[in-house]
Design a protein around this ligand. Structure first.
Ligand SMILES: Cc1ncc(COP(=O)(O)O)c(C=O)c1O
Length: 507
């Protein structure tokens, strides 16, 4: 038998774009040129955003004829600069204070470059080899940090939404275990999920995708501390049972999206344990505490969960996407298993071939775990935890600044790194304050000087800082508060319908 001869025939123009042994120099040059463009924009960004509006940018994107290639990398990058990089929203900028987007660590970017070039797919061993083992080590490492015990397992996912869906699918199947198809049809509309009013909307979405009843999510109201009360959970479980409903899971949140609050995990775990109900902890945001040198105790009780969501792309400073769902009992993962003859036939289980698709909702799947791997191997977990600690400290300082400022009303102090507040000097009518805060948020983004988030709380319009950048200083926070007060104050003075609406000075 002879090895096929590697012909020296010149590649066709199309083939010259494929990464292979004859194009490695082009690959290196193209990736370096792309990194160089990003580096230039990062170095030059004067603010987190240019304030560009959709109607300004859309014509530039629409004008590009996708059927007429530029046939030149430099020209394509020039064009990309115009339609994307110039006006991108930059999370590395200290005055990006809006959503749960983090600046990213360089070892993870290195991982991103490597994983996309090798292009492993994590579904089967025969498409990833070592990648499978690396992902499994990271799942074991995360499960150990949580304290889930020796039978724990899990899988990387695309994000917290998918992790929550996955966990609730497993919980639904556990609740329906042993039911025949007829019983399933009867039981499905009777299933309930208990979560809090501050929980993430992906729980509602998951319930819908899982075919549950429209009122399947029982929302427990929170007090001013925005935490779900264990007593309220116990009460709801009893109430559901009294009327013949089955609680398939309680979803506690370790780091609510708006308030950064953490539900009393240990107390809720106790209620779930005594009631025999699956506990899912959504730690998409709070998972950074797993590596915090000073705040790990805030997650006490998480080790009692049946399943946990972690988003490394929120508080581990990883690029999107990087998330995982973990379970206490690896046997529960079988509910997402399907064997296909062409891919992962059942015999491979007996042969001990590790096919991650057996545990995943996805088939073809990115090797996102590599980013976390390189992060841990270069920086180590403590360094990530220190970064997260820093942003939590900064948010606490921001909370103090805003609380001490008579121009603002401030809500619950976050255990993590958000601040929910609104401009409302004494004497400002509530409706006018609502409109003024909405205006301030968009005026600020339009100016490009800062980006902040907004949310509604108890029917009123609030603003939100999510601090995830250790480079954000208290001076940045003070500056942004002044900008907000200026925009809101000007708006209020222009729009006050009567002096009764506004008895305060501008700003
Ligand atoms: C608490 C919580 N859970 C889940 C999610 C959804 O995560 P993802 O956006 O990665 O799907 C978020 C997103 O902000 C979140 O804050």
């Amino acid at each position: 038998m002879t090895l096929p001869v590697h012909t020296a025939t010149p590649p066709t123009p199309a083939r010259a774009h494929l990464l292979h042994d004859g194009t490695v120099d082009d690959y290196r040059a193209a990736v370096t040129a792309g990194a160089d463009r990003v580096a230039r924009r990062v170095a030059e960004a004067a603010g987190p955003f240019t304030g560009v509006r959709p109607e300004q940018l859309a014509p530039l994107v629409d004008a590009i004829d996708l059927d007429r290639p530029l046939r030149d990398t430099t020209a394509a990058l020039d064009e990309l600069d115009e339609v994307y990089l110039r006006d991108a929203v930059w999370f590395h900028h200290p005055r990006y204070l809006a959503h749960l987007n983090c600046p990213v660590v360089i070892p993870a970017l290195l991982g991103e470059a490597v994983l996309s070039a090798v292009n492993s797919s994590m579904d089967t061993w025969d498409q990833s080899a070592g990648g499978t083992l690396i992902e499994r080590r990271l799942i074991d490492w995360t499960a150990a940090r949580i304290g889930l015990g020796p039978a724990a397992d899990g899988v990387f996912t695309s994000g917290g939404t998918q992790s929550n869906l996955h966990a609730l699918l497993l919980a639904r199947e556990e609740a329906l275990a042993g039911a025949n198809p007829t019983d399933r049809r009867i039981l499905l509309p009777q299933l309930r999920i208990i979560t809090s009013a501050a929980g993430h909307f992906s729980v509602q979405k998951a319930a819908k995708l899982l075919g549950l009843a429209p009122d399947a999510v029982v929302v427990v109201q929170t007090g001013p501390d925005r935490q779900m009360r264990a007593g309220a959970v116990r009460h709801e479980i009893s109430r559901c049972r009294r009327v013949g409903l089955t609680v398939l899971a309680v979803v506690a949140t370790a780091g609510t999206t708006d308030f950064g609050t953490i539900d009393p995990l240990d107390e809720i775990a106790e209620v779930c344990a005594t009631s025999g109900v699956w506990l899912h902890v959504d730690a998409a945001y709070g998972c950074g505490l797993l590596v915090s040198p000073t705040r790990r105790h805030l997650l006490d009780g998480i080790e009692r969960a049946d399943s946990v969501t972690v988003d490394y792309h929120k508080s581990f400073f990883q690029p999107v996407s990087s998330s995982a769902v973990l379970v206490r009992d690896r046997r529960t993962l079988r509910h997402a298993t399907w064997h296909a003859d062409y891919l992962n036939p059942a015999r491979m289980v007996a042969e001990r071939i590790p096919n991650q698709v057996d545990k995943s909702l996805q088939t073809t799947r990115r090797f996102d775990a590599l980013k976390l791997w390189l992060t841990l191997r270069v920086m180590g977990p403590d360094a990530i935890g220190e970064l997260f600690d820093e942003v939590c400290d900064r948010a606490a300082q921001a909370w103090q600044l805003a609380s001490a400022d008579p121009r603002f009303e401030v809500l619950t102090r976050s255990a993590l790194s958000t601040v929910v507040f609104r401009w409302r000097p004494a004497g400002t009518a509530a409706d006018l304050a609502d409109a003024a805060n909405l205006h301030a948020r968009s005026a600020l983004a339009a100016s490009g000087l800062a980006v902040v988030a907004g949310t509604r709380v108890d029917g009123r319009q609030y603003l939100k800082f999510t601090v995830l950048n250790p480079a954000t200083s208290t001076d940045d926070v003070a500056y942004v508060l002044d900008l907000i007060a200026e925009h809101a104050g000007r708006y209020a003075h222009t729009h006050a319908v009567s002096t009764a609406d506004l008895t305060c000075p501008v700003g």
